[in-house]
Design a protein around this ligand. Structure first.
Ligand code: SAH
Length: 372
């Protein structure tokens, strides 16, 4: 290539967003398209891709693997649940685990994944590790989809300061033909198909060099059979687990119970408040007060399409206000959380003050009256 031509390009090649973000976005788009439940990131380094993926609501299991424990530990705290995750537990369950080990070794904790990502990993592998890698990932783990990205050496002529490889730890960098021939052979061996793409477009007029990062997306051709899942998989653990976070989820009965109790009390308070304000309106006029009947009409905004039966009316008796559980159950959020009336009764039993027959939430308003 003409030296001046090269220099002209090296001045202007700056990817926006940065290339690593484009690679991670590529994976995120794939996750949003195929909605895998279990995703493993091999060579996860500082966990930045895992952190991005934890916000994908389809994912229930996220695992990272790296041969360097220190690089994983640096930011692994960012994978821990935040206070807001405890205050508002999500409907999905999510477990994030980090393992210390090599992609050249098989470990049972790596079984059962739907998607496996290897972003800028293979070029860091020694020859002996690269040889074992296809059998571990495609033969043993055998997920539905594998994403492998690696530098495209043909692009290097356009990158400033790259003499041999882009990173001192790279053991090799492949041209498009080299990567594609390795990927096609691997796919053929393990019954996968592969599609090639990339991120980091070459400048106009230089399309021939291809993407800066080349990507192969491998799809397993046949569903896994029972035999293939169980066949002679070694069950000895060789990786060391360095981090595990189980996110609070409404699938866990203790978080569901908490959420239901909070929602029931909140809903009952709203109903009580409306009831008392209506009563107040009538209180100036003794004749109107004697005719006062609470009505669920005033909750139509909350209830939406739910049909309100007559026996769901809240009522006041002496110093006590009673909000029937059937009324509370008809509020959409309570309804959705519990699923059934029986479940609602079970979850709040002994946790919320109820009428003696257990059919209504009861509030004593004696002191509230005194304050007024
Ligand atoms: N995937 C990351 C960065 C990759 S850098 C990203 O998208 O930004 C390559 C990573 O692979 C390094 O963290 C390195 O420690 C790890 N690595 C190298 N050899 C490995 C091996 N045999 N098994 C697992 N991880 C390995």
């Amino acid at each position: 290539m003409d030296k001046n031509f090269k220099e002209e390009f090296t001045q202007i090649i700056k990817f926006e967003p940065p290339l690593y973000k484009q690679r991670h976005q590529f994976v995120k788009d794939l996750v949003e398209k195929y909605k895998p439940k279990k995703v493993a990131d091999l060579g996860c380094a500082d966990c930045s891709l895992l952190w991005m993926l934890k916000f994908c609501s389809c994912i229930e299991v996220l695992a990272g693997l790296d041969i360097c424990a220190n690089v994983m530990k640096e930011k692994m705290h960012t994978l821990s649940p935040l206070p807001v995750d405890y205050l508002q537990p999500s409907e999905r369950s999510l477990t994030v685990t980090l393992h210390h080990g090599s992609v050249a070794h098989k470990d049972p904790c790596m079984l059962g994944f739907d998607l496996v990502t290897c972003i800028e990993l293979i070029e860091h592998l020694e020859e002996s590790e690269l040889k074992k890698f296809p059998e571990v990932v495609f033969g043993f783990m055998a997920p539905s989809i594998v994403v492998i990205s690696t530098p495209n050496s043909e692009f290097n002529c356009l990158l400033p300061r790259v003499m041999l490889y882009r990173h001192p730890d790279h053991k090799f960098e492949w041209s498009q033909a080299e990567f594609q021939s390795w990927a096609l052979e691997t796919a053929r061996c393990y019954d996968y198909s592969v599609e090639f793409t990339g991120v980091g477009h070459p400048p106009t007029g230089m399309e021939k060099v291809g993407f800066c990062t080349q990507i192969g997306v491998f799809y397993r051709k046949y569903p896994q059979t029972r035999e293939s899942v169980q066949s002679e998989k070694p069950m000895e653990a060789v990786y060391k687990t360095v981090f595990k976070a189980v996110y609070p989820s409404l699938k866990d009965e203790k978080y569901l119970q908490n959420a239901v109790i909070n929602e029931v009390i909140f809903t009952a308070q709203i109903i009580k408040h409306r009831l008392m304000s209506k009563r107040e309106e009538y209180s100036d006029d003794p004749e109107r007060k004697s005719k006062f009947q609470p009505s669920m009409d005033c909750f139509s905004d909350y209830l939406g399409k739910v049909v309100v039966e007559k026996n769901m009316e809240p009522f006041v008796s002496g110093n006590e206000v009673y909000i029937p559980l059937t009324t509370i159950f008809s509020f959409p959020k309570v309804n959705r959380l519990c699923g059934s009336f029986e479940k609602l009764c079970k979850l709040i039993a002994g946790k919320v003050t109820l009428s003696s027959d257990g059919s209504a939430v009861m509030f004593n308003i004696e002191h509230e009256n005194e304050e007024n």
